[in-house]
Design a protein around this ligand. Structure first.
Ligand SMILES: [Mn+2]
Length: 394
């Protein structure tokens, strides 16, 4: 059985944190990026001839997506309908389900798990493999209920049983669960959603991550998962679908002799690898101390503007900065003083005194009395002292 697992599409989310004006070509791409990503998902599903596609919540970013965005999503689901590919969809904390919110009917191939209680359906693939799917939706922004207990044990009548779960192992606001709770159900796969960084909790429990990053923190994201289940064997592969990617690059200018060589060098380093490359780039330059008036051209934005003219439809440098250099502060004190200071603080009482504020809490008191913890802290302090200051000779 083959299927695609999508989560956290945030189809109607805008691209955040872009303060500089974008070239017209790039701006156009940005406006169509979400739609292109969705189309890439649908094309991948059809090309891979999958048995179905799972959307594990937060397909929309907002509770009330625009009519245009609703229409675009339904049109793509309709394409999957024409290819006879079912869609299984749950709603997450962002797009939590409300009756009558949508101005378009979901096509017939889309099965919604719209209740806040776990619903299970069974179906058969074109090849005759039987499968069960269990899932639930959010009906409000937060869902503090532990949903794992509601999931039925694996259906033994089917070849595969899959759970769809939008939630968090740590945050109590989002259907908290533990890996062992889900494991106890004995399912073949758990299609997780909510965490935007691709995260694998166990062989059969995976967050694919968002298929399209929308902020500079969502670096290099942009895949969906293609799953192939054969008996108890799971084969997972990433399929790139993002219309554009956020990246961060650090480039050393040590090999640039003078200002006249910088642009040429940066162009070579940044040149797009293919015609498909579309990047929102944070660029950090290092080793520029030998170049004249260099920092000025960074702060006044001139270098950034020039770089952004080079590939106006492919690479947009949204942030350009120099790496901060840490200068060590020179101390007129000897290394011996440092050793003595550390020795003094290693006394239990003195160490404790310094951290009095923490001793209010009973648990931290226990920790402070632990000699191993004391040693570890002092080791880190010593490393910090060496990093920050230049120590004289004895
Ligand atoms: Mn979410």
């Amino acid at each position: 059985m083959r299927f695609i697992h999508v989560a956290d599409l945030h189809f109607d989310r805008t691209f955040e944190g872009l303060t500089k004006e974008l070239p017209a070509d790039f701006s156009k791409k940005l406006n169509q990026a979400n739609e292109k990503t969705l189309k890439n998902i649908v094309t991948t599903a059809i090309e891979q001839n999958v048995d179905f596609v799972i959307f594990a919540g937060d397909t929309f970013h907002q509770m009330n997506p625009s009519l245009k965005n609703q229409q675009l999503l339904m049109q793509q689901f309709e394409k999957l309908a024409q290819a006879e590919i079912p869609v299984y969809l749950i709603f997450g904390n962002h797009d939590y389900y409300e009756e009558n919110r949508y101005w378009f009917a979901f096509p017939d191939n889309v099965v919604l798990f719209e209740t806040e209680t776990v619903k299970t359906i069974t179906a058969t693939t074109k090849n005759g493999e039987k499968y069960a799917l269990s899932g639930f939706s959010y009906r409000q922004q937060y869902l503090t209920k532990k949903m794992a207990q509601e999931f039925p044990l694996r259906n033994l009548e089917v070849d595969y049983h899959i759970g769809i779960y939008h939630g968090d192992v740590q945050d109590a606001n989002f259907a908290p669960f533990s890996v062992s709770e889900l494991k106890s159900k004995n399912y073949d796969y758990w299609a997780l959603g909510h965490i935007h960084q691709p995260t694998q909790l166990s062989a059969e429990m995976i967050y694919p991550g968002t298929p399209q990053g929308h902020t500079k923190k969502e670096l290099d994201l942009g895949d969906v998962l293609l799953l192939e289940l054969t008996g108890s064997n799971i084969n997972v592969s990433k399929r790139p679908v993002a219309a554009l990617r956020w990246q961060k690059r650090t480039i050393s200018l040590a090999s640039c002799e003078n200002n006249a060589t910088v642009l040429n060098y940066l162009s070579k380093q940044l040149a797009p690898v293919s015609a498909e490359t579309t990047l929102l780039l944070e660029l950090v330059l290092t080793d520029s101390e030998h170049l004249q008036n260099f920092a000025e051209m960074i702060t006044n934005g001139q270098l950034q503007d020039l770089l952004n003219q080079q590939w106006p439809a492919q690479i947009f440098v949204h942030t350009l900065k120099l790496q901060e250099i840490k200068h060590k502060i020179s101390l007129p004190a000897s290394d011996l003083l440092k050793t003595q200071l550390l020795q003094e603080f290693s006394h239990g009482e003195i160490f404790k005194e310094v951290l009095t504020e923490l001793t209010i809490n009973k648990n931290t008191t226990l920790l402070l009395e632990d000699p191993e913890f004391r040693q570890e802290v002092l080791k880190q302090v010593a490393a910090e002292l060496n990093e920050q200051f230049e120590w004289g000779q004895d």
